[in-house]
Design a protein around this ligand. Sequence first.
Ligand SMILES: *[C@@H]1O[C@H](CO)[C@@H](O)[C@H](O)[C@H]1NC(C)=O
Ligand SMILES: *[C@@H]1O[C@H](CO)[C@@H](O)[C@H](O)[C@H]1NC(C)=O
Length: 171
Amino acid sequence: MKGFASLLALLPLAFAQTNGTNGIGSTPSQRSYISSTQAQTIITAAIKNATAQNIPQNIAVVDPSGLIVAFLRMDNAFPGSIDISIKKAKTAVLFNGLSSGQLYESSQPGQPLYGVQETNGGLVVFGGGFPVYYDGKLIGGVGVSGGSVAQDVKVATAGVEGLGASTSPPS
Ligand SMILES: *[C@@H]1O[C@H](CO)[C@@H](O)[C@H](O)[C@H]1NC(C)=O
Ligand SMILES: *[C@@H]1O[C@H](CO)[C@@H](O)[C@H](O)[C@H]1NC(C)=O
């Protein structure tokens, strides 16, 4: 009975996570934030592509603020790439949707954004991090790390495509 009562106490929390807020603040449907279900869809599609390429990957999905929504490390993916995948995803949303690879040239020594990777607690300025545009809105970012940059780019792209989303803003 006691256990049941504490389960009941958790119900409002479960409700808040899925749809409501108990009247506090706005709900995800009132914002343009990626949902956990959408993040999972991206990860599933990315895994499928990584498996077809035979490369174990770390896949991270963040909201438009760069905070993590979902993450998966495939069996045998480089542990050192966990952090890289998360930072790629974060990088792709912190500059209004510039992909991590788009920052590469300008962050080289002598270039205008040299050192940008040292900001925001650490960013990653090579390919594999993309913004996620859904219904024309930036809803989050995806970062993939564990293969070559070309493989990471493909896996991240496949993830975004799996959601029916785009890595480019609406024209
Ligand atoms: C949950 O959110 C959807 C989308 O905003 C809304 O249509 C639905 O009525 C909500 N459900 C409840 C129980 O509030
Ligand atoms: C992975 O996804 C990319 C991007 O859509 C695609 O070009 C490539 O063919 C896919 N690779 C495999 C092995 O499915």
